[in-house]
Write a protein that binds this ligand. Structure first.
Ligand code: FAD
Ligand code: NAD
Length: 475
């Protein structure tokens, strides 16, 4: 096998593997190195997202949401299901088989595209060289005109609550519980805390979420955040804001947590504690001496807007560089770099990266929040449409939440779209497309939306921005 390639990608997660495939589509010779190993020792492409992130969490969210709906909503439909029970082992088995199918699918995609998969550790050396050490210990030196670093991220550990499996765990640990913890503690009311807190709460855990900040979901539009917090509280998720964890110790098969809040020192005992306070870039043993690749003060690989590092022919994409830690952001960066290497036009529009939180109801947005628009000082208008007024949402028994469109008063440009409600993560795609093509709210207003669909909520919210909504009262 040749050790010389046009492109070598280090990292086979959602940033790295699409970069490898696109580079191969561009008729370049490509190798993709990935060191991921699952708990059973098997190697798998797909990185955090497919093995321990997006995919397994969505599998469990789907299963637990079905259980919750069977218990809480079927009766309203006239369906009697008094004996609905949960088989956690089967739920986990289903999750595992989805992950396996998806990760093995990457090898099939590589084969079809002509990408050489290499499973083991990759290290960038100077002079367009990469050291590869396979999982079987074999060592090779590869050369490549272009090298793409896509080494991803790892969970941040909290000094006051260090990981101690199976009691104090990160998100991967929380995805793998084999039974429902009676008392669950979660540190961090971010995306992971809310998604995984929801999973185990729906299955019956008494779930307490400790969030250090005084505001809930500070990154989201606050009208949405307020609605979301109301919903989570109703579901029994006990979110405690302004809570700073000072310690966590394992004793007698449980975790004693201490934290301070506005009222002073507090204590909490839980059976399992999940620490979900964010992730940090992962670059362990990635860079050899003299490569010219620099890290910033937070450990991210320094890149420009086109993901070029300071070293000629070396690029970096995904969670290991600045920007939101999202699979689709990494994918777009990987594909952009593979196209730029092949001298094709490519760019990533960071203004239209959507965010989705896959709770029930789902929360999704693109563009600016109302708070950010206010700070910008631009005159703006807002249209809100409640799902209570949507026939489809009512038919689904899912009429919580709303769609919100924020547009510029001067030229009607859409500045942000925010949705909390059923299938919000799917609905936001229309708003992303609209913003990508610089649509105005009038463009959305003039676009025909099928009836009855959830998407009509975005149509009506755009109309409401000009007080022309038909199916809700204009205020
Ligand atoms: P990673 O997926 O971390 O992949 C990096 C890969 O590189 C890994 O396989 C790693 O082993 C390998 N690697 C690292 N260093 C080396 C080396 N030196 N040599 C060889 N291989 C190496 N994002 C979403 O957009 N939607 C979601 O729904 C979502 N859900 C999530 C749920 C959870 C619980 C978690 C933890 C994350 C979730 N994310 C989600 C975030 C998403 O997983 C990340 O943004 C995404 O995986 C980043 O992709 P990446 O390719 O940059 O890094
Ligand atoms: P996050 O940044 O979303 O949330 C972390 C939360 O923890 C924040 O609210 C923060 O204020 C809080 N926090 C920080 N330190 C704390 C402390 N000491 N005590 C209490 N609270 C503290 O991070 P995450 O939830 O760990 O997720 C990590 C990354 O994975 C995120 O960047 C996210 O984008 C990504 N992810 C995305 C999805 C999705 O797209 N649906 C799902 C899961 C994860």
């Amino acid at each position: 096998m040749s050790d010389s390639f046009d492109v070598v990608v280090i990292g086979g997660g959602p940033a790295g593997y699409p970069a490898a495939i696109r580079a191969a589509q561009n008729k370049l010779s490509v190798a993709c190195i990935d060191e991921w190993k699952n708990r059973d020792g098997t190697a798998a492409f797909g990185g955090t997202c497919l093995n321990a992130g997006c995919i397994p969490s969505k599998a469990l969210l789907e299963s637990t949401e079905l259980y919750h709906r069977a218990k809480e909503e079927f009766a309203a439909h006239g369906i009697k299901a008094p004996d609905v029970t949960v088989d956690v082992a089967q739920m986990q088995k289903r999750k595992g088989s989805i992950v396996k199918t998806m990760t093995q699918g990457i090898l099939a995609l590589f084969k079809a595209a002509g990408v050489t998969p290499l499973q083991g550790h990759g290290k960038l050396l100077s002079g367009h060289r990469v050291e590869f050490v396979g999982h079987d210990g074999t060592r090779r030196e590869l050369t490549a005109k272009n090298i793409i670093l896509a080494s991803g991220s790892a969970p941040i550990e909290l000094r006051s609550a260090p990981f101690q499996a199976p009691y104090i765990v990160d998100s991967w640990g929380a995805l793998d519980f084999d039974s429902v913890p009676k008392r669950l503690g979660v540190i961090g009311a971010g995306v992971i805390g809310l998604e995984l807190g929801s999973v185990w709460r729906r299955l019956g855990s008494e779930a307490v979420v400790l969030e250090a900040l005084p505001d809930f979901l500070a990154i989201a539009d606050q009208q949405l955040a307020k609605e979301a917090l109301r919903g989570f509280k109703k579901q029994g998720l006990d979110v405690r804001l302004g809570a700073k964890v000072t310690g966590a110790t394992v004793a007698n098969g449980a975790v004693d947590v201490t934290y301070t809040d506005g009222k002073g020192e507090q204590k909490l005992t839980v059976d399992r504690l999940v620490v979900a306070i964010g992730r940090r870039p992962y670059t362990k043993d990635l860079l050899g001496p003299g490569t010219g690749v620099e890290l910033d003060e937070r450990g991210f690989i320094k890149v420009d807007h086109e993901c070029r590092t300071g070293a000629e022919g070396v690029w970096a994409v995904g969670d290991c560089v600045r920007g939101p830690m999202l699979a689709h952001k990494g994918k777009e960066e990987g594909v952009m770099v593979a196209d730029l290497i092949a001298d094709r036009f490519a760019e990533v529009n960071y203004k239209t990266v959507p965010s989705v939180i896959y709770t029930a109801p789902e929360i999704a947005w693109v563009g600016l929040t109302e708070e950010q628009v206010k700070v910008g000082g631009k005159p703006y208008k807002v249209g809100v449409f409640p799902f209570l007024a949507s026939g489809r949402a009512r038919a689904m028994e899912q009429a919580q939440g709303f769609a919100k469109v924020i547009a510029s008063k001067d030229d009607d440009e859409i500045l942000g779209v925010h949705v909390i409600g059923p299938m919000a993560g799917e609905l936001i795609a229309e708003a992303v497309l609209a913003m990508e093509y610089s649509a105005s709210s009038e463009d959305l207003q003039r676009t025909i939306h099928a009836h009855p669909t959830l998407a009509e909520a975005i149509h009506e919210a755009a109309l409401a921005a000009d007080k022309r909504a038909i199916d809700s009262i204009n205020r």
